[in-house]
Design a binder for this molecule. Structure first.
Ligand SMILES: Cc1cc2nc3c(=O)[nH]c(=O)nc-3n(C[C@H](O)[C@H](O)[C@H](O)COP(=O)(O)O)c2cc1C
Length: 168
């Protein structure tokens, strides 16, 4: 792998952006050059030798802008090492069913460009910051608010990724 690593993310309330920053920070510690940017700000992928794309899960799916990013750049992404990560609340318990559902949120992008690895991380839900539509949904699905993020799990995944990216 040569060139800079891009960590591209979608986010609605900021927690996935912070997870992306953690990943970028850990990769920099390992000596890599890394850009961490929202998917909507990226047009040109040619400076990048590897790309990591992440999104929160909403109603079982990645945010549309993250899906669109992979669709738009799929040709380029198929020729370089890539990885995906998803951030969601249901994975906080770590049950096989929840993990399977979180993996399914990445199903449609995995068929477009196959990743060297995927990461699934617990996220954060702050009920008082949500839009009224989102508040209604979380009341219906009885989601529990809180910050369930695990910085060390995120950083450990990023360290493992360095080796997988380098091998490609
Ligand atoms: C309306 C709504 C729907 C959600 N749906 C899911 C879901 O289907 N699965 C899941 O694991 N988490 C779900 N979550 C939790 C979010 O993925 C989690 O809060 C995440 O950290 C938000 O990321 P963000 O701050 O980057 O927007 C949902 C949250 C909201 C508000």
């Amino acid at each position: 792998m040569s060139g800079t690593i891009l960590v591209a993310y979608a986010t609605r309330y900021g927690s996935t952006a912070e997870v992306a920053e953690e990943i970028g920070d850990e990769l920099r510690k390992g000596g890599a050059r890394v850009d961490v940017r929202p998917v909507g700000e990226i047009d040109d992928l040619t400076p990048y030798g590897a790309v990591i794309v992440g999104s929160p899960i909403y109603m079982g799916k990645w945010l549309p802008e993250a899906q669109v990013f992979v669709e738009r750049h799929q040709k380029f992404l198929r020729d370089i090492p890539i990885a995906y990560f998803a951030v969601g609340l249901s994975v906080a318990g770590g049950t096989p069913d929840a993990t399977g559902k979180a993996e399914a949120s990445m199903g449609s992008v995995r068929v477009l460009a196959s990743p060297v690895d995927i990461g699934i991380f617990p996220g954060r839900l702050e009920s008082d910051r949500l839009s009224s539509a989102d508040q209604m949904i979380i009341r219906l699905i009885r989601a529990k608010a809180g910050d369930f993020r695990d910085r060390e799990a995120v950083r450990a995944w990023a360290r493992g990724l360095e080796m997988k990216i380098a091998r490609v």
